[in-house]
Design a protein around this ligand. Structure first.
Ligand code: SF4
Length: 372
């Protein structure tokens, strides 16, 4: 069997300000951009001989769009100098609406970026303020217009639902605003409360009260129904593609255990059953690479059982599901499958087992039924 090419991720660890809910690693000191850039290319050089061809490149963060356009161009040129990229490589750049200008869009396109993932989160100014976003709804609409005018034909919109006090109709209004742009991709994430964030603190002190589970389930089902009627392919719990061809090729690698290499502070990599991760601190990352020291902070080799459980965890979140063979065998597996099938949470389609829409409401718990 021909092995699918690996994916390359570059973590751009800078944000102008920190959003209230976010726990991705980033710094607001933009003076470190230049040393980070040199360190990222030095890290790429460490893998020059090891990695084969990539067919996806994802610039994520943090906020890649705040980089000066010439730096994005130099970064892509540097990476092409280190690695080989197959024809038609999917090159995604995550952008915040307030960074988007016609000049930057032109430069990104010229550099080879062919997929834009725009962090809109909401089309409601009050909700955007709650989330601590820097942009307003109008700014997001303008950014989307500019992206189309610049010729981007693969645009994704990221949204967040399940905000405290957000009614179903408020969420559906945001969803309709997004649909008005006919994006090729929509990510609709439930607001999650991560430890260490300002949102976590507000929830812990009772200043913010989260929606009830039944309300969240209602929003999830309404989102899927609306987008499916609109023709979108609900291919992962939180992700929708206008056609199968518009699924995020890069993210699917994570979900299918296809190898990927992550560069930058806090980035994770996975190859041949081994996972490793870089130091989180930008300062440490830069210092290590200046001294030609690996930035890897730790690694683990996944056992067969761990790989199987992860396959179930990731696979049950996708519409493709997993194969019967990946599910395992034996009377306990069969009886768990039968029980979940009868309760309407799993279905068997040919050789594959996948979660139903209601099964997705408990997607993260499904693997535990098959954990010996
Ligand atoms: S959500 Fe995006 S812009 Fe906001 S802090 Fe996180 S990475 Fe930065």
């Amino acid at each position: 069997m021909i092995q699918e090419p690996a994916g390359l991720y570059v973590h751009v660890p800078f944000c102008r300000t920190k959003c209230r809910y976010c726990d991705f690693y980033s710094e607001t000191d933009l003076d470190a951009v230049s040393p980070w850039f040199s360190a990222a290319l030095a890290e790429a050089d460490l893998y020059r001989e090891i990695c084969g061809a990539f067919d996806t490149l994802y610039l994520g963060g943090g906020t890649p769009s705040l980089l000066p356009a010439r730096l994005v161009e130099s970064l892509l040129r540097g990476l092409r100098g280190c690695f080989s990229f197959g024809p038609g490589t999917e090159i995604t750049l995550e952008a915040n609406p307030d960074d988007v200008t016609a000049e930057k869009l032109r430069a990104w396109r010229a550099a080879g970026v062919n997929r834009l993932s725009l962090g809109v989160q909401s089309f409601d100014d009050k909700e955007l303020r709650f989330l601590g976003r820097r942009h307003g709804a109008r700014c997001a609409m303008e950014a989307l217009d500019l992206a189309r005018k610049a010729g981007f034909s693969n645009v994704g919109i990221d949204l967040i639902w399940g905000l405290p006090g957000q009614s179903l109709s408020q969420w559906m209004t945001t969803l309709e605003e997004a649909l008005a742009f006919s994006p090729e991709h929509l990510s609709c994430y439930e607001l999650t409360v991560e430890e260490g964030t300002r949102l976590h603190e507000a929830v812990t002190t009772g200043a913010v009260v989260l929606p009830a589970e039944a309300d969240l389930a209602e929003r999830f089902l309404a989102t899927s129904e609306r987008l499916t009627v609109f023709g979108y392919d609900h291919y992962e719990v939180s992700n929708f593609a206008r056609t199968r061809r518009h699924r995020s090729r890069h993210n699917q690698k994570y979900w299918r255990h296809v190898p990927y290499l992550g560069l930058g502070p806090s980035a994770h990599s996975f190859m041949e059953g081994r996972r490793w991760w870089n130091v989180r601190s930008l300062h440490d990352y830069i210092r290590r690479l200046q001294w030609n020291i690996s930035p890897v902070a730790g690694d683990e080799r996944l056992t067969g059982d761990q790989l199987r459980l992860e396959t179930l965890y990731l696979g049950f979140r996708t519409s493709d599901g997993i194969t019967r063979r990946e599910l395992g065998e034996g009377p306990e597996v069969e009886s768990a499958l039968e029980a979940l099938r009868r309760s309407g949470n799993l279905e068997v389609v040919g050789d594959r087992v996948r979660a139903t829409l209601t099964g997705w409401l408990m997607a993260d718990r499904l693997p535990s039924f098959f954990d010996p």
